[in-house]
Write a protein that binds this ligand. Structure first.
Ligand SMILES: Nc1ncnc2c1ncn2[C@@H]1O[C@H](COP(=O)(O)OP(=O)(O)OP(=O)(O)O)[C@@H](O)[C@H]1O
Ligand SMILES: [Mg+2]
Length: 357
């Protein structure tokens, strides 16, 4: 998987006063399912449009399959873009929609028919070829858009929130379909979403973007377990963010004071004495126990409890200024108003240096 399929080197793009894409550097490997994840307006679509060639960067370099592509016209790039709103031709049948790109390439009839048939089979739409878009469900229309994008056999498929318009059930079904499609086609998928759950589930690797910048690149597990910034810790999943100061250090171990409380911390690189840090602690990594059972790292008062079947969510006040969210599977007989002990593994408490975004 080492061959680079798409590479961005310090790509920036400004619209008036807005820096939509800010020095983005990325390497996407051949056959990889790579996602760009970030909130609305962070520059995801602009980055895709730059790769597709519909937008020209102000600075930086783009390489596709190892060759400089910054100045290559869109139709000569070996990529295809699937838009958020399928953008099907309403007056053409499903088959004609899918055939469009091949007709433009002036391929022989028989070859077009064969490739369209195969693309429709891949997206599981065989038999619906003579329908018009308005005679299809949202999910089926999205499949037509996908078939149209893969029929020209690009080496990179760019997908801009392709499931955004679908309801949750259909969306989950299509997530599986897309993964299957990518496995069968063995092409590079660059997938844009603002849904962190979707990005974690589907990606081999992902980049988290904010205000035009890439904050972190990694596997879903790396991003979830070792968020590099406060924003990433908060945007991906849920985190208790605790602000404190280092009051003691010993190699990679440190003691951090948070208000009236202290806790031990293990960090990848040594922390400095008196340094300010944010600690990120996932709600599901905290265990609650009755204080008389001992071993609580901190103790607190259960102020709120929400039972949601497969899990229970608690708000626990550990000091006048600090409450923690805790998520436990099932219930454990703890009720509102009760005093509890809180414990966690040292590895679950992630220090984030104060200067990161
Ligand atoms: N053609 C344009 N002219 C002016 N500003 C633009 C243009 N295109 C995008 N922008 C601005 O650039 C920033 C990034 O936009 P972009 O569409 O890339 O965000 P996005 O991450 O795709 O957001 P969303 O999740 O809402 O689709 C936004 O502030 C947007 O308003
Ligand atoms: Mg967008």
């Amino acid at each position: 998987m080492d061959e680079v399929s798409v590479e961005l080197r310090g790509i920036s793009k400004r619209f008036g006063g807005i820096l939509a894409v800010d020095r983005v550097t990325l390497q996407i490997y051949r056959g990889e399912f790579f996602s760009l994840l970030g909130p609305s307006g962070c520059g995801k679509t602009t980055t895709l449009r730059i790769i597709a060639g519909f937008e020209h960067p102000d600075s930086g370099e783009l390489l596709i399959n190892g060759s400089p592509a910054t100045h290559t016209p869109p139709q000569e790039r070996d990529v295809n873009l699937v838009f958020q709103n399928y953008a099907l031709f309403p007056h053409l049948t499903v088959e004609q929609n899918v055939a469009f790109g091949l007709e433009m390439q002036k391929l022989p009839r028989a070859q077009i028919r064969e490739r369209v048939g195969r693309a429709l089979e891949l997206v599981r739409l065989s038999g619906l070829g003579s329908r018009f878009p308005h005679q299809l469900s949202g999910g089926q229309q999205q499949r037509v858009a996908l078939a149209r994008a893969i029929v020209t056999e690009p080496s990179v498929l760019l997908l801009d929130e392709p499931l955004g318009a679908l309801d949750l059930k259909l969306r989950q079904e299509m997530q599986l379909e897309l993964k299957r499609l990518q496995r069968e086609l063995k092409i590079t998928f660059l997938y844009v979403t603002h849904d962190q759950d979707e990005a974690l589930k589907m990606s081999d690797r992902l980049a988290v973007m904010h205000h035009g910048r890439v904050l972190q690149i990694g596997t879903p597990q790396e991003i979830y377990e070792r968020p590099a910034t406060r924003f990433v810790a908060d945007f991906i999943g849920e985190s208790n963010l605790l602000e404190g100061q280092v009051v003691h250090t010993a190699g990679r171990r440190a003691v951090v004071q948070i208000g009236p409380l202290t806790t031990n911390v293990l960090s990848d690189s040594p922390l400095q004495l008196h340094q300010r840090v944010t600690l990120a602690l996932r709600p599901e990594r905290i265990q609650l126990c009755f204080p008389n059972e001992g071993h609580g790292i901190w103790t607190g008062l259960v102020e709120e409890l929400l039972y949601a079947g497969k899990e229970t969510r608690y708000r626990v006040r550990v000091s006048p200024e600090i409450t923690l969210t805790v998520i436990s599977p099932g219930t454990n007989g703890i009720t509102v108003g009760e005093r509890v002990g809180l414990t966690w593994d040292l590895q679950s408490l992630r220090p984030i240096p104060e200067h990161s975004a």
